[in-house]
Design a protein around this ligand. Structure first.
Ligand code: NAI
Length: 456
């Protein structure tokens, strides 16, 4: 079949895979190829066992794969034939050299630019899909347009706002699609081509266009604001515990004020995921780089409160468990950074397990989708941690259960059965406030949760 446009996405991860799948599904006239250097990941995309768990993803992949959606490791060929190249490679926090611990590690990014340059034989539109420091497009252009082949590369920014766990819904019905371009004739022409792709299914008034730098910075800022709301409500949860207030009540009523809104006001043991921490630290680094230390300190506090909030789990456990958990079996319910994903990157559960080990406790991790990745993340302490698919078995003989992920299936368990099997007194720390605390107390559990002070 002849296709009107050929799109390539470099990077078949949590963003590249689902995003391109939905573009292919909605644009049958467009050929979409997704490439990666990771052969195992591409093999999984071409199998019935996709490399990531995302509700609804399997169905859409099956609809488009082989029709106009292709997964491959043949990067040079795919680059040569593409009109538009989305780059969706990982941009983790730098772990070495200047900016270590804060700045973005752009080595994968730059490598991609050089690979494109090496094999390209015609002009192309390059779209930044990864989250990047503001002004990365300028560097990208310098690398790409410093060629002696007479080729022109127009760089656009099209950051992705999907959330893991709801990626397919977010992509089908986005609040907005953002595309940034140079405010030049060639910039506008390239912009229109990408707008035309999204216009296949996204209403025109939701496709927002800005200059390149606004687009790059908006993504970092959006993540920083979302994370800031979580740290704000989590900081209040600690005050609730001291004063007898209930953080869920406080958040519910606050959220009724339309200027505040109800989303992202759920207190918990802290946010996780590959993006929030890394993107805020990147923002902090940029503020420092541009000589704004006060702004940097303001945003860094969002990350600090988040870590403090996770460490509070152990403080509460010690308080409830006679100041010692040494030698005690503790069931950790959930290792994914949130429900409906198998992604464990920067999961607060990881910190909880390490805090448990520091207290010489014996953690047993259970999760419906994330045991595989949990083992990878805990590789350095693997001999000290147990893994158990069945939550009932994980809790058998345990002194405490700590709920770290808000999986619905945990709320639906037979807690009477769990209680029976546990050592007494049996303690539950509900780090996501998903369990019915009154019902658990009725059964006999000692219960602590986030931001719920004693009301009397
Ligand atoms: P990921 O780590 O799941 O996927 C990145 C993929 O790029 C990997 O499979 C890796 O093998 C591949 N890759 C790296 N260098 C390559 C190269 N030179 N050629 C071909 N493939 C290469 O990362 P994820 O989560 O998809 O994130 C990608 C970007 O999107 C990051 O910048 C992230 O901040 C951003 N983002 C992530 C969101 C999320 O929820 N995960 C949401 C919105 C943005």
């Amino acid at each position: 079949m002849e296709f009107n446009t050929k799109i390539l996405c470099i990077g078949a991860g949590y963003v590249g895979g689902p995003t391109m799948t939905v573009i292919a599904d909605k644009c049958p006239d467009v050929k979409v190829t997704v490439v990666d250097i990771n052969q195992a990941r591409i093999d999984a995309w071409n199998s019935d066992n996709l490399p990531i768990f995302e509700p609804g993803l399997d169905e859409v992949v099956k609809r488009a794969r082989g029709r106009n959606l292709f997964f491959s490791t043949d990067i040079p060929n795919a680059v040569r034939e593409a009109d538009i190249i989305f780059v969706s490679v990982n941009t983790p926090t730098k772990t070495f050299g200047r900016g270590a611990g804060k700045a973005s590690d752009l080595q994968y990014w730059e490598k991609t630019a050089r690979e494109i340059l090496e094999v390209a034989t015609n002009d192309k539109i390059i779209v930044e899909k990864s989250t990047l420091p503001v002004r990365t497009a300028a560097a990208m252009e310098r690398i790409l347009n410093s060629n002696d082949k007479g080729l022109h590369f127009e760089v656009l920014s099209n950051p992705e706002f999907l959330a893991e766990g709801t990626a397919i819904k977010d992509l089908f019905e986005p609040d907005r699609v953002l595309i940034g371009s140079h405010q030049t004739k060639s910039g506008f022409a390239a912009l229109q081509k990408v707008v035309d792709i999204y216009a296949h299914w996204v209403p025109k008034d939701r496709i927002l266009t800005t200059n390149l730098w606004s687009s790059e910075l908006t993504k970092l800022t959006a993540n920083a604001f979302l994370a800031q709301r979580i740290s704000s409500i989590n900081s209040i949860s600690a005050l609730c515990e001291k004063t007898g207030a209930d953080v869920d009540e406080v958040a519910f009523v606050m959220g009724k004020d339309h200027r505040i809104g109800s989303k992202f006001l759920k207190a918990s043991i802290g946010f996780g995921g590959s993006c929030f921490k890394k993107d805020i630290l990147n923002l902090v680094y940029l503020c420092g780089y541009y000589g704004l230390p006060e702004v940097a300190a303001y945003w860094e506090s969002v990350v600090k409160i988040n870590e403090w909030q996770t460490h509070r789990v152990i403080s509460s456990m010690l308080e409830h468990m006679f100041n010692t958990i040494a030698g005690k079996k503790i069931a950790v319910f959930g290792f994914a950074f949130k429900a409906n994903t198998g992604d464990t990157r920067e999961s607060p559960a990881n910190l909880v397990v390490r805090d448990l080990l520091a207290e010489h406790a014996h953690p047993v991790v259970t999760d419906p989708k994330a045991i595989h990745d949990a083992k990878r993340d805990l590789a350095d302490v693997l001999s000290q941690v147990e893994f158990e698919e069945d939550p009932y078995k994980a809790a058998e003989g345990a002194h405490a259960v700590v709920v770290c992920t808000e999986w619905k299936c945990f709320a639906e368990l037979d807690w009477k059965r769990i209680y029976k099997g546990m050592a007494k007194p049996a303690f539950v720390y509900d780090g996501r406030n998903i369990l019915d605390a009154a019902a658990l107390r009725e059964i006999g559990f000692d219960v602590a949760n986030v931001g719920k002070g004693k009301a009397e």
